[in-house]
Design a protein around this ligand. Sequence first.
Ligand SMILES: NC(=O)c1ccc[n+]([C@@H]2O[C@H](COP(=O)([O-])OP(=O)(O)OC[C@H]3O[C@@H](n4cnc5c(N)ncnc54)[C@H](O)[C@@H]3O)[C@@H](O)[C@H]2O)c1
Ligand SMILES: CC(=O)N[C@@H]1[C@@H](OP(=O)(O)OP(=O)(O)OC[C@H]2O[C@@H](n3ccc(=O)[nH]c3=O)[C@H](O)[C@@H]2O)O[C@H](CO)[C@@H](O)[C@@H]1O
Length: 431
Amino acid sequence: MTSSENESELSGPSGLGGPGDPVLDPVEDIVVIGTGFIGLPLALLLADHGKRVVGVDIDRNLVREINDGTLNVDEDELQDLLTTGPVERNLEARTEPTDGDAFVISVPTPLTEPNKSPDLSALEAALESIQPYLEPGDLINVESTIPPLTCEETIVPFLEAAGFEPGADVQLAHSPERILPGNVFDELVGNDRVIGGIDETSRRRAASIYEPFLEGEIYYTDLLSAELCKLMENTFRDVNVALANEFALIGEELDIDMSNVIELANRHPRVDILQPGIGVGGHCLPIDPWFLNEADPEHTNLITSARRINDKMPAVATQKIRRALASHADPTVLAFGAAYKPSVDDCRNSPAMQIVADLRDDGYRVHHYDRYVDELAYDDLPSVLERESPDVVVQLVPHERTVAALESERSRLADAGVDVLQFGVENPIEP
Ligand SMILES: NC(=O)c1ccc[n+]([C@@H]2O[C@H](COP(=O)([O-])OP(=O)(O)OC[C@H]3O[C@@H](n4cnc5c(N)ncnc54)[C@H](O)[C@@H]3O)[C@@H](O)[C@H]2O)c1
Ligand SMILES: CC(=O)N[C@@H]1[C@@H](OP(=O)(O)OP(=O)(O)OC[C@H]2O[C@@H](n3ccc(=O)[nH]c3=O)[C@H](O)[C@@H]2O)O[C@H](CO)[C@@H](O)[C@@H]1O
């Protein structure tokens, strides 16, 4: 936004209406629909700050875990929050919605495969589920990442069909979540927040959800700009990773290790090349750029090329591993790393998982471990080496402790004739 008219909107909220103003009363009873990776941290923070929160999820086990205070989460701060007095008093988890001042929607918005179209079925189901509880004066605030025009073309018509006039009697906002997996708590509190609204009241009331804990600034805009903003952030990241990966592929052709060259290029004051790796995984980057492609197939050539480059990187890594395995007869492979990046337990769209699956499809015997992933966890790396006696060790995800443990075994492995191949991108926020 560069116009002075828009710049005036780029400021923190200037306060809510007075106590007698029913429209601008801050929200106190908040219903969070979808208490997964995104919804739960918000629900916990709000409850900790004295809001009455109902977390709704169709996953009964998750609902039970939240109510029992026995969650299995990777973020220490959030685990700690779950059992604080205010959270125990103010947060209740349920499988069905209930009445509230505000409904925050944080359900999945994946792609349908193989055509890469947005799948809004969970969003639509969430809207259906809150309809019986919606009353004039309530706010719907969508945190899920959504394709451009979803508010205008899906949510507004839904509300109208339910007998509401969005903006006039039910408020509608979109405040996309931007937290970085692995650093959820700090980013939820510290990141700036973009709030798009159908009108000023919707924006201000949505802001009142975050104000109790937010240390970042709030920037107000319209619904479409908020939708696009989130998609452009992740597309920017994805395209930049693809550029780094393409540089790495050029390096292979020219037989030179590009990491040193990238480091040198980054000495330029206006160059900041990211790290090449085994591909781009996770719940967001492999998905969100396709939402832009769906909205405008004609003008997303760079974006879709980048996606395809990143998608082929696991196969490139697999090919390198195959070459190393070719010098061993009937090799045993020990692979460390399954998560989509260091410091997290999330294996969604994980390049490491794809590599292991492809090697197993080839017929290789692959033992797979990841210290963060429950079903693949191990106690200590030397005992795993002892137990599996591999011919080749492949580090697919550089979790800091895995890298350190492998380093201290390096000379012993070399003496035993074990090849060690290391892949993956370090995480700058690794604790
Ligand atoms: N994971 C991330 O890093 C991240 C970051 C920013 C934004 N987002 C976006 O946030 C949204 C949620 O992602 P997530 O990672 O929290 O997903 P998630 O799968 O971890 O959590 C979503 C939860 O919603 C529940 N759910 C599904 N349908 C429901 C319904 N109709 N009613 C109630 N609950 C329902 C699921 O059971 C699940 O527990 C997505 O749009 C995603 O793109 C994710
Ligand atoms: C714009 C932005 O920052 N958005 C973040 C992003 O979070 P993320 O965890 O998905 O992002 P990354 O850490 O970038 O990892 C993604 C994959 O890219 C690989 N990678 C990374 C850097 C690199 O130099 N080379 C690489 O190869 C890495 O290994 C991994 O597989 O989306 C969330 C959801 O919307 C956002 O909320 C969150 O703000």
